[in-house]
Design a protein around this ligand. Structure first.
Ligand SMILES: [Zn+2]
Length: 268
């Protein structure tokens, strides 16, 4: 049992590193309107194509001491950082979902895990893009919503019942619709655009993953987390998607203890 848990966590970590390497491509190319699959990786300065051994997550960056092997141009620390973050994300999510009942999880459980991890990876890419460009590409945003709904479908398959999928669809529509309506009203009252369509899609993804009241807890956590940077950087814009993503992760990992603590605090 313990060995299978350790093995599963390690495999998830390595898979997370590889997906993280691909996220770097998504983060660099999507805002530039470039194709993520073609052509292969190349140095943005000298244009030289990277060999396979330049593409090994973490290790290549460390081995090359953060420089291009051909022209010596510095490679941002963002690359190994995204790879490491995504690997940790996959390992933690594996432990959260873990498959205690058997050493070999069934197809449905495995698919459920992969879709949840895929959703959080897409949110990580979205967060990095939002940080750098203050823009959220629809393609990655809709990908996150799709994987969140597919996670619910896999969960339904796992449970042998439709309800997990129906609940996720209902909650996604309620959260996205509610936020859209709220933005519309605020817009009418203040005459200013309150929220973009991108936030509405992120809300749908959050609710599909968390349901209610998890969605509200995540919104609350995101608002709390965003206070400090908003105060520190008063005159610069603070991207909100990274905080929404972090709030979603916290609630996904710790919803039960959070709700218990809140109940104790509110009702004694
Ligand atoms: Zn180069």
């Amino acid at each position: 049992m313990l060995t299978s848990l350790v093995t599963g966590t390690m495999i998830s970590f390595i898979l997370g590193l590889m997906i993280g390497s691909f996220l770097n491509v998504v983060i660099y190319r999507t805002p530039r309107g470039e194709n993520v699959a073609w052509p292969g990786s190349h140095c943005p300065r000298c244009g030289e194509s990277l060999r396979w051994y330049h593409n090994i997550p973490l290790l290549s960056w460390l081995g090359l001491r953060g420089r291009c092997a051909f022209c010596g141009e510095g490679i941002s620390i963002r690359y190994p950082l995204v790879e490491l973050l995504n690997a940790l994300l996959w390992a933690v999510l594996y432990l959260r979902i873990a498959f205690p009942e058997s050493a070999l999880p069934g197809m449905a459980s495995l698919l459920h895990f992969l879709m949840v991890a895929g959703t959080f990876s897409a949110l990580l890419a979205l967060s990095m893009i939002d940080f750098e460009y203050f823009a959220v590409p629809d393609s990655v945003n809709l990908f996150a919503l799709a994987t969140a709904l597919l996670a619910a479908a896999a969960h339904a398959w796992e449970a042998g019942a439709w309800s997990p999928l129906l609940h996720a669809l209902r909650d996604a529509v309620l959260a996205a619709g509610g936020l859209w309506a709220l933005a519309w009203i605020i817009g009418k009252v203040t005459g200013k655009e309150a929220m973009g369509g991108a936030d509405v899609i992120v809300a749908g993804t959050m609710a599909a993953l968390l349901g209610f009241p998890g969605f509200f807890l995540a919104l609350f956590a995101a608002a709390l987390l965003a206070i400090v940077p908003s105060l520190l950087a008063r005159d610069t814009m603070v991207p909100f998607v990274p905080f929404l993503s972090l709030g979603t992760l916290i609630v996904y990992l710790f919803e039960t203890p959070l709700v218990q603590a809140l109940n104790r605090y509110l009702y004694g």
